[in-house]
Design a protein around this ligand. Structure first.
Ligand SMILES: [Zn+2]
Ligand SMILES: [Zn+2]
Length: 379
């Protein structure tokens, strides 16, 4: 009797074990099938936009390009011989009088500027005079030092310390300059920096441009803002830096500015994250109108335009999978062009993400909240 019972018990245990094994096998099959389904899921088909969709392009279409002004005759030949010999260097300065024929001309050999004494209590500030129109002006015009009475050395020192992260109130304590004054200087230097950026970051030839947006929590959490950054992998230059919402309008604005800074005919390779706004903004700016007979002109993407995306799939704030895909153009052309320029040829956005982290470290306002997903680096 006991033997029979033990036999039945043994059979039951065996059956249970077999059931467990089968269950595990079935679950594994099911999981693999689901994974496969996920992988084969096709990405959304995105339709390219045209320049008509960009508000900034539309605004520019109406404007006519200004005709290039002819260079006037050199003042040295106009005025004839005679007079005192010019001793003060005036190269790089120009007459600020719009109605003067030498307005905006910085060449010393052509413009009519001469030194016109000095002024200033703290230090000597050079003055100039335009002999053609008689306009007098200071050498500090159009700089952040214009009409400031403080010594330029002190202003430079304070702005430098502020850039290194020293608090304005601490600077007030040490240098005896009011905080409000320091903040005004900072504002002025910011505006001047923007002007310099616009003047010198132009006609660029870039190879691989990576774009990304960096989450920032300004105004103590009342507003979610994003810092949009574009960088060239080869030169590490940052041609565009904009603050705004995470929407299509700002994406158009960023790419529009980027295109304006490129040399004529330069079409770099682009990499971004999976945000759709980039696709629409890039396709709206790197195409041309092609008209066939009897048909309306169609917007066609440029042959050299290659665009790839790096999409990070995350689970519980951890990157579990990195998907890389070429959305526009051939993958071989993408790799080929990058290798030709001496780069690895891999689809990545790591350079702009590294730059984002550096920007975040340098600007206290951009310090991320714990666990913010935008701060995770990628290889
Ligand atoms: Zn545009
Ligand atoms: Zn003048």
């Amino acid at each position: 009797m006991i033997k029979e019972l033990l036999g039945i018990l043994g059979i039951l245990v065996l059956l249970f074990e077999i059931y467990q094994c089968l269950r595990r096998y079935w679950l594994r099959l099911l999981l693999e099938q689901r994974k496969k389904e996920k992988r084969t899921r096709k990405p959304d088909v995105l339709l390219p936009k045209s320049e008509k969709d960009c508000r900034f392009c539309r605004a520019e279409m109406g404007k006519r390009t200004e005709a290039k002004r002819e260079m006037p005759e050199s003042w040295q030949t106009c005025k004839g011989r005679g007079g005192r010999k010019k001793k003060i260097q005036t190269e790089g300065y120009f007459c600020p009088n719009i109605s003067c024929e030498y307005y905006g001309i910085t060449e010393e050999a052509i413009h009519a500027l001469v030194g016109y004494g000095k002024h200033g209590k703290q230090e000597d500030i050079r003055d100039f005079k335009c002999q053609a129109c008689g306009k007098k002006f200071t050498a500090r015009r159009n700089t952040i030092l214009y009409r400031l009475k403080t010594h330029s050395w002190l202003i430079e020192k304070i702005l430098w310390l502020m850039a290194l992260g020293v608090d304005a109130s601490a600077l007030e304590e040490v240098f005896g300059v009011r905080e409000i004054t320091i903040r005004t200087w900072l504002c002025r230097s910011g505006m001047q920096g923007k002007k310099l950026h616009e003047r010198f970051i132009a006609e660029l030839t870039m190879v691989h441009v990576q774009l990304d947006e960096l989450w920032t929590n300004v105004k103590e959490g009342s507003q979610d803002m994003w810092l949009w950054v574009a960088t060239d992998v080869k030169t590490k230059l940052v041609p565009v830096l904009q603050v705004g919402g995470r929407n299509q309008e700002v994406a158009f604005s960023v790419v529009h500015e980027l295109k304006g800074r490129l040399a004529f005919g330069c079409v770099p390779v682009f990499s971004t994250d999976g945000l759709k706004h980039y696709f629409y903004a890039l396709t709206a700016h790197f195409g041309k109108w092609v008209s066939a007979e009897g048909k309306k002109p169609a917007w066609v993407l440029l042959k050299d335009f290659v665009y790839s995306q790096v999409i990070k799939h995350q689970r519980r704030r951890k990157t579990v999978e990195v998907e890389r895909r070429v959305l526009v153009g051939e993958a071989s052309s993408y790799t080929g062009r990058l290798c030709q320029a001496g780069l690895s040829g891999r689809i990545n956005t790591s350079f702009v993400e590294r730059l984002n982290l550096t920007i975040r470290l340098c600007i206290s306002k951009l310090i991320a909240a714990p666990g913010n997903r935008r701060s995770s680096p990628q290889n």
